[in-house]
Design a protein around this ligand. Sequence first.
Ligand code: UD1
Ligand code: UDP
Length: 379
Amino acid sequence: MTTRIMTVYGTRPEAIKVAPLIKALEESQDFESVTVVTGQHREMLDQVNELFGIVPDHDLDIMSHGQSLAQIFSRVIEGLDPILEKEKPSAVIVQGDTSTSTAAALAAFYRQIPVVHVEAGLRSGNIHSPFPEEANRKLTTQIATLHLAPTETSRSNLTAEGVDDAAIAVTGNTVIDALLTTVGKEIPFTEPRLEELASSGRRILLVTTHRRENWGGAMEGVGRALARVARAFPDLEIVLPAHRNPIVRDAVLPQLEGVENVTVSEPLPYGEFARMMALSTVILSDSGGVQEEAPSLGKPVLVMRENTERPEAVAAGTVKLIGTEEERIVAEVTRLLTDDDAYTAMSGATNPYGDGSASHRSLEALATAVTGLRAPGHP
Ligand code: UD1
Ligand code: UDP
């Protein structure tokens, strides 16, 4: 008899990170896979499902422009509850720390369905940063039954909070599975100017930004810093695949108007983005996933945040926290573009987040746990 496992996800990074797991569940003889997307993201989510050939069984389609955290949360709970009732999964997989992820975990917990938390145990130590992700992931820890921790550091974070070691498996991060199956494919860029750039041999600064705690003044400063770097290094091309959020675009893009060597694009499909990471000289980002992927590619990442829940990449030397202050961004990018020793020190390839087998280890942990799976407090 197969065990029905439901995976619920809603945003781009969740989709990338659960895709290898869904594929492994589909291939397994032991499990039946049911997929639910909340549609917290729309285009950016659909892009990923398309790439990995995943057609969700259910789509809550909740996204609205200007959605508040409370709206996302309540729409997910309300939309998911009848699906849980109908599908009666043996366990629900959630990934990471988005509003979708914690709301789905709570909806499952309310029905006493065991929650499997993928990428469990990341902690920045500051409940306000990243906001609201640090709170979301801690809340999910409280109600999860099986905690799939990407690294030993994340396992220690969980045990320090009283999680039973027997309920934790260290798996690596499934993002590396996704990256390694994608990055070697030389997927052509949809936009001709990116394909031209790829064959030009020019140096590329790849930039992504979206973090809620950086909205407003900080993000405007990021835009001004990019314009200054572009003007100081005319041989460089800055590539900015802009997050779909209008708040992000309104803050950053006006600062870049009229600057020649900046290419602003729509969010790149994951295969194209992975290729662009591999082509870049330096990456400047506030993304969580990019901090995990870039060390595998040996790409220096300057992280526009005050803290990180991903200390492994900082320890490995490929990631440096630089905050969001305009002068500091200009100085740090300039250093990597002009100082060979500084660049070499940050560009060694390391794999602190895994070897590409995280989804198989996750499935093994699930198979071992599945007979004993119970929601916390459920007899
Ligand atoms: C969300 C997650 C964040 C994650 C990020 C990844 C929460 C609270 N935040 O933040 O943890 O790091 O996704 O990118 O869960 N939009 C579109 N199309 C899309 C996606 C977004 O138009 O495909 C626009 C919409 O106007 C939407 C807005 O972006 O209202 C914000 O999306 P939302 O999911 O609320 O927040 P993110 O900042 O993307
Ligand atoms: N990414 C992508 N296209 C882009 C920008 C990013 O496919 O244009 C990928 C990136 O490789 C990583 C993930 O999206 O795997 C990160 O998503 P995001 O930065 O939105 O969220 P976070 O990781 O910060 O939660």
